[in-house]
Design a protein around this ligand. Structure first.
Ligand code: COA
Length: 147
C-alpha cells in the first residue's frame, strides 16, 4: 500500500536517488536538504512498504503555488502514485489559501502533460529553450483552485 507523507530530511537520500533515475538535470542531494529548511517549500513523499517510490513538491510564494517537481520511480509508474501525490499537493495548496498552481513541463513530456491535464491544468504559454541540457522549450501550465 502506498502512503503519502510530508517529506523530512531523513527522506532526502532516497529522494535524490529517485531524482537521478527520473531527470536529465537532477537536483542534487544538497538542494533537497536545503528545501527541507525552506519555509516556502511543501514536499511530499510516496512510500510503499517503507521505500520511497515517488515525491512531489511546490513553493508557496505569496499565495502562488509553483510546482517544482513530481517524479515516480520507473518500476512504480502507471499505478496511480503520481495521482496520489498530485491530490495531496492540491489539498495542501488549497489549505494554504493558494489560488493558482503553476508549473513548467518539457514539450516532449507527454506523460506528465497528461497527468497535469487530468488534474485540471491548462497550457497557458511557453518558455523558449527553458531546459539547458538540450535547449528544449517548456509549456507553462496552470490550475486555478476553487475558493
Ligand atoms: C509523469 C509521472 C510522474 C507519472 O507518474 P505515474 O505514477 O506513472 O502516474 P499515474 O499512474 O498517477 O497516472 C496519472 C495519469 O497520468 C497520465 N500518464 C501517466 N503516465 C503516462 C504515460 N506514460 N502516457 C500517457 N499518460 C500518462 C495518465 O493520464 C494517467 O491517468 P490514467 O492512469 O487514468 O490514464 C512519471 O511518469 C514520472 O516520474 N516521469 C519522470 C519524471 C517527470 O517527467 N516528471 C514531471 C516533470 S514536469
Amino acid at each position: 500500500m502506498v502512503s503519502i507523507d510530508r517529506m523530512t530530511d531523513d527522506d532526502v537520500k532516497e529522494v535524490a536517488e529517485i531524482e537521478r533515475q527520473c531527470f536529465a538535470l537532477p537536483w542534487s542531494e544538497k538542494s533537497f536538504h536545503d528545501e527541507m529548511t525552506n519555509k516556502l517549500a511543501v514536499y511530499f513523499t510516496a512510500k510503499e512498504d517503507g521505500k520511497c517510490v515517488g515525491y512531489a513538491g511546490f513553493w508557496n510564494v505569496s499565495g502562488d503555488g509553483g510546482i517544482t517537481n513530481i517524479a515516480v520511480l520507473p518500476a512504480y509508474r502507471r499505478r496511480g502514485v503520481a495521482s496520489m501525490l498530485m491530490e495531496e499537493m492540491i489539498r495542501a495548496a488549497d489549505a494554504l489559501g493558494i489560488d493558482l498552481l503553476t508549473l513548467e513541463v518539457r514539450k516532449s513530456n507527454l506523460a506528465a502533460q497528461e497527468l497535469y491535464k487530468k488534474y485540471g491544468f491548462d497550457i497557458i504559454g511557453e518558455r523558449k529553450r527553458y531546459y539547458s541540457d538540450n535547449g528544449e522549450d517548456a509549456f507553462i501550465m496552470t490550475k486555478i483552485l476553487s475558493k
